[in-house]
Write a protein of this length. Structure first.
Length: 343
């Protein structure tokens, strides 16, 4: 969506910007998106915080953001726009969050995790679960420190804050500069704390496995390995089979999924990776290139509550180069994946 720039009056403070070379850059930046909501020519003025903007729309859907003027902001100011009726999230608890970062000076949206192009985050309130590698990661880390303890699931929050107070030293990095965010810009974060629970395990109906699929080995009630003794693994294909088929929401491209998983090669006697024994499931965006192509292709469409076995041919896995010492080049990968949540 095209936004008509606001002319700068004589005497209106201009944004400050420093060289990107002053601070080591973040690893990557997300593509910019047009701003949400109705965009018309804006008044030649600035207003502080939420006086400059309106936010509408339902929790869980992309917010409709309409600017009435350029926005100024300083320290973070958190407001609850919609109070949810779900469980309260306390410090140390995890929450599934979608958010938008919009710039009150340019009236453009820099990050939007509600659509297909970026996934939401699983955040730990008061924690540091996100290691920033992108503009969105920095915002997620900021939200971990900014979402108040006691916020209920199903809530929509707004946070107005200056660029320097959100990004701190990272404000001078190349990706933030590429997103056209200045250190004195007033920024708006709209964050939805989603009323979505992470299942403890699969809840679907047991299915008959095809001949190619390995059987599961268990220890302490959770998968501990794959048994290939009766499996027909001669053909290298990318395919899936349901061990249990859930009845929850189907995974869509761009979703944040929360899973437990185990990966093993057919000729190995133990997994090369797994999350079942660690106590914490794994959260990742799906369909976005964050994981091997086989996961992106096979997990889209799987209902929450399912347990699936994946076979992934080398071209959809780690290819000819392999990965580390445990996955040689040209390996076909096998996984068991429990889909515990998708938002």
């Amino acid at each position: 969506m095209t936004v008509t720039p606001v002319p700068v009056r004589p005497g209106t403070p201009r944004r400050l910007r420093r060289s990107a070379g002053l601070v080591a850059p973040l690893l990557l930046a997300l593509p910019l998106a047009a701003c949400g909501g109705d965009s018309t020519a804006l008044a030649d003025e600035t207003q502080d915080g939420l006086a400059a903007v309106s936010v509408e729309g339902d929790v869980g859907s992309d917010p409709e953001i309409t600017w009435s003027s350029r926005m100024t902001a300083d320290a973070a100011d958190v407001e609850t726009l919609v109070e949810g009726d779900g469980d309260a999230v306390e410090e140390g608890d995890t929450a599934l969050v979608n958010f938008v970062l919009a710039n009150g000076w340019t009236q453009e949206t820099a990050v939007d995790t509600f659509g297909e192009e970026a996934s939401g985050y699983q955040l730990t309130l008061g924690g540091e679960s996100v290691q920033p590698a992108s503009v969105a990661d920095v915002v997620a880390s900021f939200l971990e420190a900014s979402i108040p303890a006691g916020t209920t699931k199903g809530s929509r929050l707004t946070i107005t804050v200056s660029g320097i107070n959100l990004f701190q030293d990272a404000i001078f990095s190349e990706p933030v500069g590429a997103a056209d965010i200045g250190n004195e810009d007033g920024l708006l974060v709209v964050a939805d704390v989603l009323d979505a629970d992470v299942l403890d395990g699969p809840e679907g109906e047991t299915q008959q496995l095809p001949a190619w699929a390995p059987s599961l080995e268990f220890a302490k009630g959770v998968p501990s390995g794959l048994d290939f003794s009766d499996a027909d693994v001669e053909l290298r294909q990318t395919r899936k089979a349901f061990v249990k088929q859930g009845t929850g929401t189907e995974v869509e491209k761009g979703d944040l999924i929360v899973v437990d998983y185990l990966g093993q090669l057919a000729d190995a006697n133990k997994p090369f990776d797994e999350s079942f024994s660690g106590g914490e499931p794994f959260a990742t965006g799906i369909g976005l290139g964050n994981v091997v192509q086989g996961w992106d292709d096979l997990l889209v469409g799987v209902p929450v509550g399912s347990r699936v076995i994946l076979e992934i041919k080398p071209g959809d896995g780690y290819g000819a180069q392999g990965s580390g010492d445990s996955i040689p080049g040209g390996s076909t990968l096998f996984f068991v994946v429990d889909v515990l949540a998708a938002v």
